[in-house]
Design a protein. Structure first.
Lengths: 294, 252
């Protein structure tokens, strides 16, 4: 598999590099995907088995309470994903390596999907418990709605900027701001919510042992699912990019600039190759110009 | 820190230099902010493109609220809510206009060429937006008291400006950051409010909860300290975040 080496590679190698042929055969993002997928399936099967056959029925709400084992892991994983997206964006801004922007994009994208899952399962729980599809008195649901509305603008923002480098930079700034906003928003909504309804989801510290175990296994399964889906998406995007680059090399001269249609997804395709690209050292290309930024 | 602004020290005074070399040292942060702020306010005074529109918008929205709610007087939570929603939406108008002149007339390029700290633009624009919001409130709050507010505004006056100023600070900081993000995109007028409004929800929460006990018929004591404190903390945190990320928006 031919590997197009991007110009802005910023990864130093400590070990002696394997010969070129072997290096090109290693996939960049697909390593360990099968193991991760199998672990995810095993964890989810175990979690579901525990939820339905091991965890006791809760006294107040009965069977409906079991949605807690899906809703809360969705919420926790989504929140952590949003904050992780902000952290990856910080790394992107510091290293200017577009791969970090790709990872930040995928993580935020996946967390948004998990946030929608949180809202849906939360609505189902609210309907079952209190008869309304939406309740303002549950701070988790309310803060998730606000966060969903905020992150739903992430892809339109990316789509509205055509230059890929600027798109990545602006998206990283947004991801950092929004990632910092997530915990602040949760605190603010908690302060604002009147404690009318009993909040089952607030503290998990007084759970009996069997419920706590089930909850932890569910949380683990949800985290593994998140990681697997992110890895799948990164692998698929990378493979598609390589395919596109190969196709371009086969059909056109390498000098003509790549014209990709406007898209919200980041791409770390290498820029146009110049004579300097064919020299050996790529180390100097990755650093920003000396003296312009601290 | 920044190699561009680091310069060798000027010669000590009285060393025999014939005339003071004014242009050798780049301006300090405060002077840059002052110069930028003066430019902003001058442009606004000459073109009057933001503040009259925002004020008129606020008064119009009060009229719409009267017809929409079918009420002649509101107090308490409703009054606080209407006031803050109107201020927020009028602020969105100001946010949309904030960087448009710079983007269209090459102001960004000119600023990037100048040897000064880029965060000065954030501070100057935020201060400018803050002053627009203060002028807006000088028009909108009396209009609100005249049109829709049932209790008199007098007893609320010692505490209400403080709450409004804290909220204005937060709106100014977040609005400036979002305006800089949105201005050089294709859908700038749409993206600005869409990005800003979720980020401003805690400001609305803090501001409305703090103002509601001030706008009631039987005026009680000052609002609980937690809400202004929460507002101030949110302003501080977002100020720091905006200061940290703003530079990355200006590179080009």
């Amino acid at each position: 598999m031919l590997r197009i080496r991007p110009i802005a590679t910023a990864s130093p190698s400590i070990a002696p590099r394997p010969p070129a042929a072997a290096r090109d055969r290693r996939p960049l993002y697909g390593r360990g995907l099968r193991t991760l997928s199998l672990a995810t399936v095993a964890a989810m099967v175990l979690a579901l088995a525990l939820v339905f056959f091991y965890a006791p029925l809760e006294a107040e709400q009965g069977f409906l309470q079991k949605i807690f084992y899906v809703h809360v892991p969705f919420a926790i994983v989504a929140l952590c994903g949003f904050v992780l997206g902000g952290v990856l964006a910080i790394v992107h801004l510091r290293t200017r390596d577009p791969r970090w922007d790709m990872r930040s994009y995928v993580v935020i994208h996946m967390s948004l999907i998990f946030a929608v899952g949180t809202l849906i399962t939360g609505s189902i729980w609210a309907k079952g418990s209190w008869g309304h599809w939406w309740v303002w008195s549950e701070p988790t649901l309310v803060s998730f709605l606000i966060i969903f509305l905020l992150y739903a603008t992430y892809q339109p923002l990316r789509f509205a900027i055509e230059d890929p480098e600027r798109q990545a930079r602006y998206a990283s700034v947004f991801a950092i701001t929004a990632g910092a906003f997530v915990p602040l928003n949760y605190v603010a909504v908690n302060m604002a919510t009147a404690y009318v309804h009993p909040r089952v989801f607030s503290n998990t510290s007084n759970l009996p042992g069997s419920m706590a175990l089930t909850f932890l296994v569910s949380l683990l399964a949800m985290t593994l699912l998140f990681a697997t889906l992110c890895k799948y998406e990164l692998t698929a995007k990378h493979a598609r990019m390589q395919l596109r680059a190969l196709r371009r090399r086969l059909t056109e001269e390498a000098d003509t600039p790549a014209r990709r249609p406007r898209s919200a997804a980041p791409s770390h395709e290498p820029p146009r190759r110049t004579a300097a690209d064919f020299q050996t050292s790529t180390a100097t290309a990755a650093r920003p110009i000396e003296g312009t930024r601290a | 820190m920044n190699a561009v602004t680091d310069r060798p020290h000027p010669p000590p005074a009285g060393s025999g230099a014939a005339a003071p070399r004014r242009g050798s040292q780049p301006p300090g942060f405060a002077r840059t902010v002052a110069a930028l702020l003066r430019k902003e306010l001058l442009v606004e005074l000459r073109t009057l493109e933001s503040v009259p529109g925002m004020s008129l918008f606020a008064v119009t929205v009060f009229v719409i609220f009267h017809f929409a709610l079918n009420r002649t007087g509101v107090s308490g939570d409703e009054a606080a809510g209407i006031l803050w929603v109107t201020l927020l939406l009028a602020a969105m108008l100001g946010v949309n206009r904030l960087f448009v002149a710079d983007a269209e007339e090459g102001g960004f390029d000119g600023f990037l060429l100048a040897p000064c700290d880029r965060s000065a633009l954030l501070v100057a624009k935020a201060l400018a937006l803050f002053s627009y919001l203060v002028v807006l409130e000088l028009v909108a709050v009396p209009a609100f008291a005249l049109l829709l507010l049932e209790p008199s505004l007098g007893p609320a006056l010692p505490d209400l400006p403080g709450v409004l100023l804290l909220g204005d600070l937060g709106i100014a900081l977040i609005g400036t950051l979002v305006a800089a993000l949105a201005v050089r995109t294709r859908a700038r007028d749409l993206l600005g409010p869409l990005l800003a409004l979720p980020l401003l929800v805690p400001i609305v929460i803090g501001g409305a909860r703090a103002s509601a006990p001030l706008l009631v018929l039987t005026h009680q004591t000052a609002p609980a300290l937690r809400w202004p404190l929460a507002l101030a903390l949110y302003d501080l945190i977002f100020g720091l975040i905006a200061y940290a990320v703003f530079d990355f928006l200006l590179e080009d």
